[in-house]
Structures are given as structure tokens and as C-alpha cells.
Ligand binder design. Structure first.
Ligand code: NAP
Length: 247
């Protein structure tokens, strides 16, 4: 009888998670991708997709058991700290291997004027001293910190439910340099506020800020979870292949 294919859970909600699911299509794994359900129309994914929380670390552990999952890849966003902590607790608790697919952080280069801050509240406090027409790219949950003044535009994936005293642009990356240059010029942006998300898909705004010599308020990443990690989809695939061979 042929051996059962290993069952893999990808905790997703990122471009890298989607890329990994696509790269594994037709390969030696049965893949389930999991999304939190924050985005109204998630981009299509191959394989099985489940949507919604698991009910904490215990709920996730119970789900992993019930679904007979063999391996977990935590490919969530670097700022999604709760689900990553739950993934570690659940996998450690039931003895499942877990790989963190962590996109590399951005590194400043000469000409960058980055100011690292702990969170949105600190960024909002510093903003009035830095500019009057900020572009916010911090996600919809952090918009409320910026209602006082100094913001021209917030770019988010889905329109927020409540009104804000600044323009909302809805758009989903990746963003190229030309469209970012246009956005900065048309809205007369004089400061950028962003999470230190890393990766290529949303890096063009940093190039434009550098070209224009604009300050960038950069929200620091939460501390990463310990565990085995890959920094690219190719590395994750190599790790998974080794795991599959060991079975
Ligand atoms: P979070 O604060 O770490 O998670 C909050 C809760 O949402 C978790 O406890 C879990 O609920 C549920 N959840 C999160 N990710 C999930 C997933 N992939 N599958 C099933 N349930 C999930 O996460 P977040 O910052 O709200 O981010 C939510 C999702 O959006 C993540 O998948 C992340 O990859 C993606 N995302 C986040 C950001 C960001 O800036 N935070 C940016 C881009 C994409 P239960 O406890 O009930 O299991």
C-alpha cells in the first residue's frame, strides 16, 4: 500500500504563504492553508483553505489532532504575534514539527531617514514634528491612533468600517516604484508611517521616501517566536523535502 502523504498546515495571510501553497501544488504533501478571515476577498489559493480562528492555542492543538496534521509552517505576517505564539504552544504541546517562514527585515541604506518606534501610538506622537501629509501603511487596526492630525492618506486592503479624518486608499500589493512615485507626488506626501514588515512586495515606498529624502516612522516588529526558520519559500521547500524524506 502506498504511504500516506504528509499533511501540512500553512498558517497564512501573506504573499509568502500563498507562494508556498502554489509551489507545493501537485507535490508530496496534502496542504491546508489557514486564513484569519480579516480580508474580505482573499486571493485564490490552491488546495484546501480554511478560514477563521481556531480558538487559542488549545483550539489549534485540538484542530491539528483532529485533522491529522503532520507539519505546520507558520508563514504569517511578522506582526501577527498571537497566532505565532499559539502555533508554537500547540506544536510543542503535541510534538509536531513547525517551521517559521519569516520574510527578511528591511535594512536601511545610505539616504534613508528611518525613525524606529515601538508602536502606532509612539508614531502618532512624533508625527506632527515630522510632516503634515503622512502616508500611513500600518493596516486598518492601527488607524485609530492617528486621528489627531498630520495624516493625508491611509492605504489599506479593505475599507475601514468607521470614518477617518483622512483619505482612505484601498489597494493590495505588490506595489511598483512608478505607482508609488505617483501616489507620493499626487498626495504631496511628506512623511511615511509603516510597519517594519520586510519583503519585496511593499518595499517600493521606502525607495520613493529615500528619493524624496522624507522621514519614515518605522513600527518595530514584535519579538519573533523561537523555532526553526526559513527566510524564503525556496528554503521552506528544501526544509519540507528533508522532513518528508525522514518519514
Ligand atoms: P494575530 O493578532 O496574531 O492573531 C489574532 C487571532 O486571529 C489569533 O489568535 C487567531 O485566532 C486568529 N488568526 C490569526 N492568523 C490566523 C490564521 N492564519 N489562521 C487562522 N486564524 C488566525 O494576527 P493579526 O495580526 O490579526 O493577523 C491576522 C492575519 O492577517 C494573519 O494570518 C496574518 O498573517 C495576516 N496579516 C497580518 C498583518 C499584520 O500587520 N498584523 C499584515 C498582513 C497580513 P484564534 O486564537 O481563535 O485561533
Amino acid at each position: 500500500m502506498p504511504a500516506e502523504r504528509p499533511r501540512l498546515l500553512i498558517l497564512g495571510g501573506t504573499g509568502e504563504a500563498s507562494e508556498l501553497a502554489r509551489a507545493l501544488e501537485g507535490h508530496a504533501f496534502d496542504v491546508v492553508s489557514s486564513l484569519a478571515g480579516r480580508v474580505e476577498r482573499p486571493a485564490p489559493l490552491p488546495g484546501i483553505v480554511r478560514i477563521g480562528g481556531f480558538g487559542g492555542a488549545d483550539g489549534l492543538a485540538a484542530w491539528l489532532r483532529a485533522e491529522r496534521i503532520d507539519i505546520v509552517v507558520d508563514a504569517t505576517h511578522p506582526f501577527a504575534a498571537t497566532i505565532s505564539a499559539h502555533a508554537r504552544a500547540a506544536c510543542d504541546g503535541i510534538g509536531l514539527p513547525r517551521l517559521i517562514l519569516e520574510r527578511p527585515a528591511w535594512r536601511p541604506v545610505p539616504g534613508d531617514r528611518w525613525i524606529e518606534v515601538a508602536d502606532a501610538a509612539q508614531a502618532a506622537g512624533l508625527l506632527p514634528g515630522l510632516g503634515r501629509r503622512a502616508l500611513l501603511t500600518v493596516g486598518h487596526r492601527d488607524l485609530a491612533a492617528f486621528t489627531a492630525r498630520g495624516v493625508a492618506v491611509a492605504r489599506v486592503i479593505d475599507p475601514p468600517r468607521q470614518p477617518f479624518p483622512f483619505e482612505i486608499v484601498t489597494n493590495r500589493g505588490p506595489f511598483d516604484i512608478e505607482s508609488e512615485r505617483r501616489l507620493f507626488a499626487e498626495r504631496r506626501i511628506d512623511v511615511l508611517v509603516t510597519k517594519a514588515s520586510g519583503g519585496q512586495a511593499t518595499a517600493a515606498k521606502l525607495t520613493v521616501a529615500r528619493e524624496l529624502s522624507l522621514p519614515v516612522l518605522m513600527l518595530r516588529r514584535p519579538p519573533p517566536e523561537p523555532g526553526e526558520r526559513a527566510t524564503s519559500v525556496a528554503e521552506a521547500l528544501a526544509w519540507l523535502r528533508t522532513r518528508a524524506e525522514r518519514r
